[in-house]
Design a protein around this ligand. Sequence first.
Ligand code: SAM
Length: 234
Amino acid sequence: MKITVLTLFPEFFDSFTNTSIIKRAIDNKHVDFSSVNFRDYTLDKHNNVDDTVCGGGAGMLLTCQPIVDAIKANRQKDTKVIMMTPQGAPLNQQKVHELAQSDDVIVLCGHYEGFDERIRSYVDEEISIGDYVLTGGETAAVVLCDAMIRLHDGVITTTSHEDDSYENGLLEYPQYTRPIEFEGQKVPDILLSGHHENIRKWRLKESIRKTYLRRPDLLDKKELNKEESKLLSE
Ligand code: SAM
């Protein structure tokens, strides 16, 4: 997968691409990641990429020319151009799976008051990471890129994300590691029983219980199978 982030702050991504699983994914060539400064594309003699807002109002807006030229210069025929914006579709695990199918994406990071509206016509998808406003799209782009990269074949062992929260419309069951007892809190006996089928059932039940208590809205959306419906009613 190729990811090109267009940003005013390419150095923002240095620690992201040099740490842990993401670094390994890049080193092992699962991902080809680059961050490009769209200021490099400005034709303005002072290197400006922003201007005041037409009609008045506070703040500066990113102008069309450098952003659109940066998109055109980095886009191939099948590239998906994604704009990070609080006005976009909310990011969730289903959306991450959908976007991670693309082999080549450009991620646009805004700053200041955001983008001139006309830039939107050069974009395939607008994505928001939540109903709040950040100072810039870089933090949001890191969230999106991290979530996409970890789904990529070979980046993490396939089975380790199959039970993750949201993968099957539920929150993940409680997990434990050693020691078996910590300050009076014990690992549930069933997890030490070695009985795989009972462990599977316990995990599913706990997953449903946790979802019911913390995110009942997820259960409203999920089509429960027979076993899950039975566990929910217990
Ligand atoms: N004036 C814009 C608005 O109200 O829609 C907000 C601009 S914000 C201060 C600057 C940039 O941060 C945006 O262009 C976008 O790239 C990024 N950003 C802010 N909040 C975001 C969010 N919730 N999700 C994705 N990107 C966000």
